[in-house]
Design a protein around this ligand. Sequence first.
Ligand SMILES: *[C@@H]1O[C@H](CO)[C@@H](O)[C@H](O)[C@H]1NC(C)=O
Ligand SMILES: *[C@@H]1O[C@H](CO)[C@@H](O)[C@H](O)[C@H]1NC(C)=O
Ligand SMILES: *[C@@H]1O[C@H](CO)[C@@H](O)[C@H](O)[C@H]1NC(C)=O
Ligand SMILES: *[C@@H]1O[C@H](CO)[C@@H](O)[C@H](O)[C@H]1NC(C)=O
Ligand SMILES: *[C@@H]1O[C@H](CO)[C@@H](O)[C@H](O)[C@H]1NC(C)=O
Length: 436
Amino acid sequence: MKTLLWLFIVAASSTLMMLFVYPIFSFSKSSKEFFEISVNISNNSTPFLWPSSSYMIGGMDRFEWYRKQMYLKEKIIKLKTTSNISTLSAYEFEHEITVTITSKDRMGFRVYCRYMDESNLEVGEPFKSFTYPEYTVACQKRFGTRKIGLSVERNGEFQSFPLINRMLKKPKYELSICIAPLYGSEPKWLMFIEMIEHYKLQGVQHFYTHIHNASIYDLKVINDYVGTGELEIHYLLERDRRTDDHWQMVHIADCVVWSRFESRWTIFADLDERIYMSNYIGTIRRYVQSVDNERIGSLKFRQQWVLKTEQMPEKYEGEEELTEWMPTHRWHNSTGIGAPGHTSKCIIDTSKVFVMWVHSVSQFFPDGNYIEAGVKPTDGLVRHYRDQSMGNWGDKWLRVVLRFGVLRNTDYPKSLIEKLTENVKRKAEYVYGVVD
Ligand SMILES: *[C@@H]1O[C@H](CO)[C@@H](O)[C@H](O)[C@H]1NC(C)=O
Ligand SMILES: *[C@@H]1O[C@H](CO)[C@@H](O)[C@H](O)[C@H]1NC(C)=O
Ligand SMILES: *[C@@H]1O[C@H](CO)[C@@H](O)[C@H](O)[C@H]1NC(C)=O
Ligand SMILES: *[C@@H]1O[C@H](CO)[C@@H](O)[C@H](O)[C@H]1NC(C)=O
Ligand SMILES: *[C@@H]1O[C@H](CO)[C@@H](O)[C@H](O)[C@H]1NC(C)=O
């Protein structure tokens, strides 16, 4: 009976979708390449209010709304079943508990939420849910729950995870960053220190990242930033077989939920990308404070690629090495600026975003008419130290991005490089400048 009613709702709403939404959608999609609304900046920072939070989404029960999206986007009605599921983290919001998973290719699978109380005893009956959007499961809230797990059968095995509190009255941070997962064998310590110190100068207050694999040497400085409370890490354990670059979507899905309601604005960028303000006088934090339109859920920054032609040094060898090897000092040979929408990087309000992709928002929540807005390159840009050999980029993509302009030398902002260098030196010396 319930299923029939559901089918009816889906069929009715998908007819509406075809009539009204698809034409608009395809229009905006094809025109995106050529046109973007620009952000307007005011001199007063507008007082911040969370978008009003409600159990209902788009006028319906939130779990039904999720199910409807799963049908509209993936054509999944009947839930699939699997023999295993791997949990990553669990977050308690006002209206649901959101659990993230690492299992690959598991969209639209049936899972059961399992609730544990403070004595590690199960609370109530398992709640049947499903994996949607990718790497995400929504669970109904249940009184007395301290931990939650997922099982693939109603009474199957599960591992329970403590709930991370996201029932916050106001955001803890105005500006944070989600750094793409760390993996691969290139030494990262110096790239990592420069990235953190750069964003701290831009007013970033908190760093979230995922590690799939890192060397003990790199972990020294990474863990030092964890110790200072500036950085949080979730480890990604492989239980399927995937290539390392397939961790990025897990990272994005988890970080959207992780930062949601904890940070007002969140940057999504890679280790080798430095978003900076160009002619705009002020930090990124000052800039996002001045965005004067509550409908803006995403600010898109255009890219400029700076050719990185060598691997980073393996170990700290003293101050001179740093001025020689810090990416901002070493690499200058740059492409033109990517067209609007071309591999842009975003600063988003994750409370407004339902599904995020690498270069743009895939889907906003429906109540609020949210939009993405482009940041003018004269205000801000992504300076991307793009390794030429990694993924064969130099052969495959350089020619493509050369259509944005001929190669020429550009510099990291002169007003910041001295302070940045000083801060990188201080950190590197502090962590690595001791005799082993
Ligand atoms: C910026 O201001 C212009 C002119 O007032 C307006 O047309 C445009 O929609 C605004 N953009 C945003 C993103 O609010
Ligand atoms: C914002 O403030 C700056 C510096 O105080 C000033 O030059 C500028 O004209 C102001 N802009 C607006 C739109 O009020
Ligand atoms: C986990 O489930 C997936 C998809 O259902 C399956 O392909 C895989 O073999 C399973 N792995 C194990 C270890 O059971
Ligand atoms: C993990 O990282 C270390 C240090 O960079 C490297 O030696 C090792 O090959 C990596 N392992 C995998 C499985 O990528
Ligand atoms: C920039 O890189 C290109 C392509 O590798 C190279 O031909 C050119 O000489 C470089 N320019 C400078 C100023 O180093």
